[in-house]
Design a protein around this ligand. Structure first.
Ligand SMILES: Nc1ncnc2c1ncn2[C@@H]1O[C@H](COP(=O)(O)OP(=O)(O)OP(=O)(O)O)[C@@H](O)[C@H]1O
Ligand SMILES: [Mg+2]
Length: 325
């Protein structure tokens, strides 16, 4: 069976001022099946947003997607699409909710005009019907009194409402895939939970596939079918969600679990991973996590490939070969 979305060996690079290139996304591979949710998880700067932007060919210049990368949407080679064909996929068949709802919504247009713009861009419908669809979408994402809300401007809405409007805009093209880049980071915990519930409900009712991008493993449980953990431009652990939570096997993933208070329970034992993701120009040779890893491994100067630790469960770590876990 063909995957709905297949990303293979994706590389995104930028020229450096002094010559040479940095490669913030360096050989990322994953597939997304129809109606499923894949979570892409990692700390700030590990390449999550660039990965999702690359899927829609929105890597900001002078960045580029390097030769040898593959992004297939069913039978369609997304990296070969141009012009109108690309526009028909973007926003319509694959939609994206961007990280910051305030910069993605246009402050000078009403909610109605921003939703109906997408409806008109993709469907031949009269004005009246576009407005009805916009109201129905607001209803669907849980906005009370949708007809009144259509007349609002973004600044008249709370953060949670804006995020719901963003989702409504994304849904206006009736997409097969929804890419949600940190859809809830700016929101308080209760509103976060509500937004994620809206996304869950929509995935079920529309049979949409979701690529959920987050730095927070805590929101992944019970929501994603699979998890891919990213570190320094690469996937370092990939597994069905249950297996990853039962047996997090890469020291980085274990570190991420250690930094989630509500998963570890006892707040006193909270131990975030020391340091930050280094910038792409300073990634260590060999294992990229070795500068922060609590484990000193004799082979850490060699770059580990993805190695199996269980059924359908891979880690980019030499520990897999030792059978240490
Ligand atoms: N326009 C750009 N020009 C040059 N380098 C960039 C650009 N955008 C991103 N990068 C580099 O790529 C790295 C990964 O960026 P990306 O936005 O994908 O990270 P992220 O995982 O989404 O982080 P966050 O959780 O903060 O959103 C950044 O640390 C930066 O070094
Ligand atoms: Mg990001």
């Amino acid at each position: 069976m063909t995957a709905l979305l297949e990303v293979q060996n994706l590389r995104v690079s930028f020229p450096e001022p002094g010559g040479g290139r940095i490669v913030p996304v360096d050989g990322v591979t994953f597939t997304l099946e129809r109606g499923r949710t894949l979570a892409l998880v990692g700390e700030s700067g590990c390449g999550k947003s660039l990965t999702s932007l690359a899927i829609l060919r929105l890597v900001p210049p002078p960045g580029r997607i390097d030769d040898g990368s593959t992004v297939r949407f069913g039978e369609t080679d997304l990296l070969a699409l141009q012009g109108e064909a690309l526009r028909r996929v973007r926003g319509r068949r694959i939609a994206m909710i961007f990280q910051d709802p305030m910069t993605s919504l246009n402050p000078v247009f009403t909610v109605e005009s921003q939703i109906t713009e997408v409806v008109h861009a993709h469907f031949e419908v009269p004005k009246r019907e576009a407005r009805d669809r916009a109201a129905a979408l607001l209803q669907e994402v849980g906005i009370p009194d949708p007809l009144a809300r259509l007349k609002s401007y973004p600044h008249q809405l709370s953060g949670g409402m804006r995020q719901r409007v963003m989702i409504a805009i994304a849904l206006a093209g009736q997409p097969e895939i929804l890419i949600a880049d940190e859809p809830t980071t700016a929101l308080d915990v209760t509103v976060q939970a509500q937004i994620l519930e809206v996304l869950d409900g929509l995935r079920e009712s529309h049979g949409m596939a979701v690529l959920l991008i987050t730095h927070d493993l805590g929101i992944v449980a019970g929501r994603a079918d699979r998890v891919a953990v990213m570190y320094a431009g690469q996937i370092v652990e990939s597994a069905p969600t249950g297996a990853l939570f039962a047996n997090p096997s890469h020291p980085y993933t274990q570190g991420l679990f250690g930094s989630i208070p509500r998963l570890t329970g006892a707040t006193g034992r909270l131990s975030p991973i020391p340091g930050n993701v280094p910038p792409p120009s300073a990634w260590p040779s060999g294992c990229r996590f070795r500068t922060r890893c609590p484990i000193v491994h004799p082979r850490s100067a060699e770059a580990p490939p993805l190695l199996p630790v269980g059924p359908d469960h891979l880690i980019r770590c030499w520990l897999a070969e030792d059978g240490a876990r």
